[in-house]
Design a protein around this ligand. Structure first.
Ligand SMILES: [Zn+2]
Length: 157
């Protein structure tokens, strides 16, 4: 029924199109009340059709926006997940670096301690060498550690 009447409206549209060069009032006058009712109905139907089109369009837009918002949500979810993963990775890297740094620091300290030990032992060695007997550079007489003058020749050493 609606399709049939729609066809009539299309016919009417053709009629109106063909009589475009004439003024509307003249058309109405010449054709009388016969044309008036279909034109009204046509406009009504056209308005209805437009309404339906608008409704459908808004429906499609709604659907599209829904889909888009879903996509955006999913994207945001994926991005959030990626960020979380990255932050975890970064944390792990920092922890690893920290461990490495600590190990390095420990090894450095150890080597420092070893160096100190060697230098201490070197000092001790030099001490013992200082403790070992010394001789006067002038006469070759054995002199004591604490003394300043050779008991043999009297020179200072
Ligand atoms: Zn001497």
């Amino acid at each position: 029924m609606a399709k049939n009447s729609n066809l009539n409206y299309y016919k009417d549209e053709k009629k109106i199109d063909s009589s475009k060069d004439h003024s509307n009032s003249k058309c109405d006058e010449s054709k009388g009340s016969f044309e008036e009712i279909p034109l009204k109905d046509y406009l009504k139907a056209k308005g209805k059709k437009l309404k339906i089109q608008v409704k459908e369009k808004s429906k499609t837009i709604k659907k599209k926006s829904k889909k888009l918002s879903k996509q955006i949500k999913e994207q945001a979810k994926t991005t959030a997940k990626r960020i979380k993963e990255l932050s975890i990775e970064t944390k792990q890297i920092i922890q690893k670096k920290h461990k490495e740094w600590k190990e390095k620091e420990r090894m450095h300290k150890q080597s420092q301690m070893e160096n100190e030990k060697t230098s201490v032992s070197n000092i001790e060695k030099s001490k013992t060498s200082r403790d070992s007997p010394r001789f006067c550079p002038y006469c070759g007489h054995e002199v004591t550690q604490g003394g300043k003058f050779c008991p043999n020749c009297g020179n200072s050493y």
